[in-house]
Each structure stands twice: as C-alpha cells, then as structure tokens.
Ligand binder design. Structure first.
Ligand code: HEM
Length: 535
C-alpha cells in the first residue's frame, strides 16, 4: 500500500486496519489459544469432541466466508485515490467538493466487467464499469459509470431481460463472459434500441489495453443545481491522461489464456511502482432552456451528446495512488449507488436512471447481508451518520438516545432536518405533469442515426475490427434465423458492414437499404446531411 494518502477517509480507515503480524493467535472472543493444528479428541485416535469451541468457531466462520457475487459487474478491481478540482464550479453547482479551486477529495474507484462471474477473465469483450465514490465533506457521492457513453436499453424495466440474455445460457452456463451466443443476439435483434451500443460493443472499446487507458462516462443526463436554485443538464466524463488504448482481438484471446488477471495486475503494479493513473473529469453542460434544441432526446441513454456541439470542459483530475489492503473488505464490500448524491447534484427523468435508483440498495441488501452495510469501513461517509434508523443484522452503531422517532416531546436533541442553507439536501423542484402511461416517448424512437455516425466516424482499420468482432461473435450464434435477423437489423447501419459480416459467416447479404436519417440533426451535422445513402 502506498502511504501517499493521509486524507480524512484514510484516517477513518486506519481505525479499522488490523495488523496480525507477530501477535498471539486468539479466538474471536480474544482468548489466546495454545493449539491450532489438532482438534480436541477423546483419545489420540478417538472422535472429535463437540466441546472443541475453537474448532467449531474456526470452521463455522470458514463455512460462511462467501457472499453472493454482484448480479452484474461481479469481476472488479479497485484502488484509492484523490480528486482535485481545477476551478470553482459554483456557477453550476453548489456541491462543496466542486466549489473551491484546488480542493482535494478522497475517492475509491472500482473497475469491472459486466457479464462474467467473479472468477472470469479480464480480457473478455465486454463493457467495463468505472464506478467512483467521492468521500466528500457533505457525504458520499457516487458516479457509477461505464467505459462507453451510451447503453443497450432505454428503460430499466428491460434490464433483467437484457441481463438474462447476456449472462451464460441457462442450460450449460456457456459462454462464461462473452456475447458470443444466441440469447444475446436474439435480444439485440428483437430490441433494436441496442443498435448504437452494440456498435461500441463490437468496437475496440470493448477490449481495453488497461484500466489506466479507459474513458469513463456517467452515461445518463444528470442535473447540476447552483446556490440560486438554477439547474443545468450535465453529462460526466473521465478522460485518461494516458489516452484511450485497446488490445487487438488476437492479443485479447491469448492474454485471456495466459494471464486472466491482466488488467488487475497492470493496475496493481502501476500503483505499487508509483506510476499513478490519472483521469480528468469532464462536464458537458446544457442549459435547461435548451432541452429541446437537439434532434435526439437528451433523456435517452442510447444517445450521446456530440462533443463538437456540446464541448467537454475539463474541471478536475483524479489520481489513483493507493492499492487496497484487503480485497474482500474493500473491493468486494464497496456499495456504489447512482442515488448517492450531495447538494448541487440531482437527477433527470431518464427512465434508465430512474430505475437504477431503485436497484442498487435493493441488491446490496442481500449481497451485503442486511440494512447496515453503510457502516462497513469502505462505505462509511466521512461525516458522521445521525438519524432514527435502528437495529438490523450487523449493527455497529451504539445509539445512546432514548428516543428514536420524529416528532416527539420527550427529547429535544434528536436529529433534526436542516435547511438548504445549513447544507440540507432538497430535491430540485422540477415541474412534472402527465398521464400515468406505460410507454416509450416518440422522441426515443430513432435507434440508428447515432449508430450510423459511429460507423462513419471509424477509420478503415477500426471498421475492419468491428467487422471481425461481429463475425466472430455472431458466428458463434447457432440459430441461423437469429443471425439473419441481426444482419437485417444492422443493414440499417451500413450495407458495407453487413455485407462483410455475411460473407465471413456464410450467409446471404440482406437487401441493400436506402439508409435515410430519420432526423436530420443539426447537432449530428455535416457527415449525415451530405451523405444520405450509405454506399
Ligand atoms: C452494478 C443494476 C445500468 C454501471 C450494478 C448492480 C446492479 C445494477 C444490481 C450490482 C450492484 C451491487 O451488487 O453492488 C443496474 C440496472 C441498470 C443498470 C437495474 C439499468 C436499469 C447501468 C448503467 C451503468 C451501470 C447504465 C453505467 C452508466 C454499473 C457499475 C456497476 C453496476 C459500474 C458496478 C459497481 C461496482 O463496481 O460495485 N448495476 N445497472 N449500470 N452498474 Fe448497473
């Protein structure tokens, strides 16, 4: 572990760090034991006795060592670091960690793959998670993002369906960590909002060279809110100072065999050697009154905001400078949640984000065994926690107050809500009205414009890699009807693309489509306005 950090979070963690070296072996009750090799028996060759409390305790604890892995993003690797803001962002947000030039905030970052199990390989073709916990003076703020700027689906009610399609097939648990199977492609073809994200997924972005060379994206549109109560739409970016680099598929396959820990080893060793990874935080900001100025819906998570139209402003830098001491205590038990916000950061009505706000605490209640996982050292906020929540499995706080309810007449000093002026969080008062409907907005129905732009923005080599990836992955799909549906779908993106894939996997090329842009977007300009048909 590097000793660079002496921040507030590290001081707090120090109280929990245990050094066992040179100490007498004890039971969990603190009793020193004289023997740890042989169970207590009735005679040297006789049966083990129930009386052997040391054996029972040791074995029972071992029997309960495993917890459920994350339902997604099970394989991950994390490090501590610090974030430093360059300038005051007070005109946009009242978040204190973004208000003072040069202010430093401790962070914990976990990188992950999505589909594979905890023991799967690092180099799978997959999206990578990029989750950051800022331990701010106003409480924990989590930016739970990915290394791609868009997502497969638009509404989180489809997330269980999507993950069921992506995870290994149910009858044989094959393949372990790749999108090379029928259920994945069947989902894609029958849920065509996936088109844009699948293009990213088949690109080199899905096989990063290193966690140190990956971008991060908050994906959703969030809100920043300033002291005056003015709100701005925002997208968050992490830009690696080392640049974005990938391996090629041949390298990925060889590395998967030779060193399945390639990415975690790379990050661990870089930090141990003092070669600290640095990422700059970028913001894209859209004023509230400009919400409808774009020819895509800014609440649709399958769309990015083109950087040439909404520039990314670099506002701070994050340095990862300390490896964890204990993988389980820190990396496995950390609990991120896009709903962990601080004053000055709020949500938009993106239906994917809205549903995520439910899912994370819900899953962590079972993964981390009850409602007190916020007390685990890695999850503890720097400010103390005060409220009327009580009890539950593993409770550590010894609340001394007699009264644990609000309102009351028996105690004067129970925790009280405080005004915004005193730092109390209050939600942005967005005006919302509408009929209760289960529906997709018309403005979410264009699935191909940005997929086409992505394809058109690729160099020849990158295009070839995308063709190869589709051919490899789709080529593993057994159902010819599914392969055909996928080719038909992506003929909406490029005839050149599907012709090359069809040839590689021995199918006939779907009819050439007149590819017209369903919307001619000023934001997605030039390229698509000048070239209406993909030839
Ligand atoms: C992890 C749900 C979409 C990024 C998780 C976990 C769940 C989940 C249940 C496991 C959490 C845990 O056990 O601690 C969902 C749902 C989604 C969704 C329901 C859509 C409705 C997304 C999107 C992103 C994302 C769009 C990226 C912007 C992550 C990351 C992790 C994660 C990075 C791993 C966090 C860690 O390292 O512990 N998600 N997710 N998820 N999700 Fe999502």
């Amino acid at each position: 572990m590097s000793k660079e950090n002496s921040d507030e979070k590290n001081k707090q963690l120090d109280q929990f760090r245990v050094k066992d070296e040179g100490e007498a072996l004890t039971t969990n009750q603190g009793l020193k034991m004289a023997e740890d090799e042989f169970s207590l028996k009735a005679g040297e060759r006789g049966p083990t006795l129930l009386e052997d409390f040391h054996f029972r305790e040791k074995m029972t604890h071992f029997d309960h060592e495993r917890i459920p892995e994350r339902v997604v993003h099970a394989r991950g690797f994390a490090a501590h670091g610090e974030f430093e803001v360059y300038e005051s962002l007070a005109p946009y947000t009242k978040a204190k960690f973004l208000n003072e030039p040069g202010k430093k905030t401790p962070v914990f970052v976990r990188f992950s793959t999505v589909a594979g199990s905890r023991g799967s390989g690092d180099l799978a073709r997959d999206v990578r998670g990029f989750a950051t916990k800022f331990y701010t003076e106003e409480g924990n703020y989590d930016l739970v993002g990915n290394n791609m700027p868009v997502f497969f689906i638009q509404d989180g009610i489809k997330f269980p369906d999507f993950i069921h399609a992506v995870k290994p097939e149910p009858h044989n648990e094959i393949p372990q960590a790749q999108s090379a199977h029928d259920t994945f492609w069947d989902f894609v073809a029958n849920n065509q909002e996936t088109a844009h994200m699948v293009m990213w997924h088949m690109s080199d972005r899905a096989i990063p060279r290193s966690f140190r060379m990956m971008e991060g994206f908050g994906v959703h549109t969030y809100r920043l809110v300033n002291e005056k109560g003015q709100a701005f739409f925002v997208k968050f970016h992490w830009k690696p100072v080392l640049g974005v680099h990938s391996v090629v598929w041949d390298e990925a396959q060889k590395l998967s065999g030779k060193d399945p820990d390639f990415h975690r080893r790379d990050l661990y060793e870089a930090i141990e050697n003092g070669d600290y990874p640095v990422y700059e935080l970028g913001l894209q900001i859209i004023n509230e009154e400009d919400e409808f100025k774009f020819d895509f819906d800014i609440l649709d998570a399958t769309k990015l905001w083109p950087e040439e139209d909404v520039p990314v402003r670099l506002v701070g830098r994050m340095t990862l400078n300390q490896n964890v001491d204990n993988y389980f205590a820190e990396t496995e038990q950390v609990a991120f949640h896009p709903g962990h916000v601080v004053p000055g950061i709020d949500f938009s009505n993106d239906p994917l984000l809205q549903t995520r706000l439910f899912s994370y605490t819900d899953t962590q209640l079972i993964r981390l065994g009850g409602p007190n996982f916020h007390e685990l050292p890695i999850n503890k906020s720097v400010p103390e926690v005060h409220n009327n929540q009580r009890d539950g499995y593993g409770r550590q706080a010894i609340n001394t107050s007699y009264v644990s309810y609000h309102k009351n007449s028996l105690a004067e000093n129970t925790p009280r809500p405080v005004s915004e002026g005193e730092g109390g969080y209050s939600h942005y008062q967005e005006k919302v009205e509408g009929r209760k409907v289960r529906a997709r907005s018309e403005s979410f129905k264009d699935h191909f414009t940005q997929a086409i732009l992505f394809w058109n923005s690729m160099s020849d080599v990158e295009k070839q890699h995308i063709v190869n990836a589709f051919s490899f992955e789709l080529g593993k799909c057994k159902e010819v009807s599914v392969r055909e549906q996928v080719l038909e779908m992506f003929s909406n993106v490029s005839h050149e693309l599907v012709s090359a894939i069809a040839e590689n996997i021995g199918l006939s090329v779907p009819g050439k489509k007149e590819i017209t842009y369903t919307k001619s977007s000023p934001a997605l300009s030039q390229e698509n306005t000048t070239k209406k048909t993909d030839t």
